[in-house]
Design a protein around this ligand. Structure first.
Ligand code: ZN
Length: 376
């Protein structure tokens, strides 16, 4: 009857209000990976390495796209193995662009940009590499691995070395950088390197990225289901590469990758070259208020964090704190109160912190300055 329907509608509205009140206290109630843009740049959340049933993955492309939408990704690349096709007898795969076409179609009405790519899958050396922004994956089927790289270059791809420290190809998980790799790097046939792949990280790969000026990348290389692999329901996240691009287009993205404008987000840590990592951290932190307690020279400072990164900061300032030790934690999408002993009353002072959950080189944490202007 009419009365019951009205009641039902009323109850649904009350339920929604209760939900919004509950979640209103938690500004970050979704799984979307969120980092702010930088002045002049869009921060694009990218996962540039993944598999579906079109190589050795376990899911159809619609699931990959759904996962990407749920994670708030801007960009994914389809990177099926060229040479490794274990399901080929049951899922024949004569046209190697089908994975890209399916992913693109499923992503048509979403904000996810899909790149055509392929994983050149060879013994070490050269090991595995992804060529992305390719035009025709079929032409990467070659005998000599070098020919696959050259074909990718002909198609104006961006090419990066995958998991160079993979224990299946390098038992001690070191990076077996060979003359062949150096040659590929020199010829511009390797332009980037994974320092993070799935659940693994390599200091050596990071050092090689810095030494050879390669673009720093982190990818999921997901084969199964993102939710299970990264424990999304318990607050986990997949590794991604944040790319700082002028705009969200394939052209701008490729140029930014070639220029190395990236930061990797891995197990709630940020890893990248300082020229983008430090501005990124700065853009996530904001002094919300600063005021001296009455009749004291202790300034009450509130700093907020509008990113997914929970910060652990070590105090390098010339001041110490009334309410904290030298370690300061700022939760993701939260804030911290720091009571600063400035000894005399200042209109303006600088806090300096080492960011322990970020890396600009092996064992090297960036140092940031936060300028505080005190309300008089
Ligand atoms: Zn892979």
């Amino acid at each position: 009857s009419l009365g019951t329907d009205q009641m039902k509608g009323h109850n649904q509205i009350s339920f929604l209000i209760v939900l919004s009140i509950l979640y209103g206290h938690n500004p970050k109630s979704n799984r979307k990976i969120e980092f702010p843009d930088l002045p002049g740049y869009k921060t694009l959340v990218c996962d540039l390495h993944m598999h579906s049933v079109f190589s050795d993955g376990s899911v159809w492309p619609d699931i990959r796209v759904q996962e990407a939408i749920r994670d708030g990704l801007d960009v994914i690349a389809t990177t099926e193995h060229i040479e490794y096709q274990p399901w080929k007898d049951d899922i024949p795969h004569p046209d190697r662009n089908r994975s890209y076409e399916y992913h693109s179609n499923f992503a048509k009405n979403s904000n996810v940009l899909v790149l055509n790519g392929s994983e050149i899958t060879r013994d070490m050396p050269p090991g595995h590499a992804n060529a992305i922004f390719i035009k025709d994956a079929n032409k990467l089927i070659t005998e000599d691995p070098l020919d696959a790289y050259l074909e990718a270059r002909k198609q104006d791809a961006f090419i990066f070395w995958n998991h160079p420290y993979w224990a299946s190809q390098s038992p001690d998980a070191s990076v077996p950088l060979s003359a062949m790799h150096k040659n590929l790097i020199e010829k511009g046939l390797i332009e980037g390197i994974e320092i993070v792949n799935d659940t693994t990280f390599s200091n050596e790969a990071l050092q090689i990225a810095l030494d050879y000026n390669l673009t720093i990348l982190g990818t999921s290389d997901i084969h199964g289901i993102v939710d299970w692999q990264y424990r999304i329901p318990s607050g986990g996240h997949r590794p991604v590469t944040l790319v700082f691009a002028r705009e969200k287009t394939k052209t701008s993205l490729k140029r930014s990758l070639q220029k190395g404008q990236t930061v990797v987000w891995f197990k709630k840590k940020l890893i990248g070259k300082g020229d983008f990592l430090i501005p990124l951290i700065n853009s996530t932190l904001e002094v919300k208020s600063a005021k001296y307690f009455t009749n004291t020279t202790v300034a009450h400072v509130t700093i907020s964090n509008n990113s997914d990164a929970p910060y652990t900061l070590r105090n390098h300032s010339e001041y110490d704190f009334y309410n904290l030790t030298d370690l300061v934690m700022i939760p993701a999408h939260g804030e911290v109160n720091i009571d600063v002993r400035t000894i005399e009353k200042l209109r303006k002072f600088t806090l300096q912190f080492e960011v322990l959950n970020a890396l600009t080189a092996p064992k090297t944490h960036p140092v940031i300055d936060i300028i505080v202007r005190v309300k008089q």
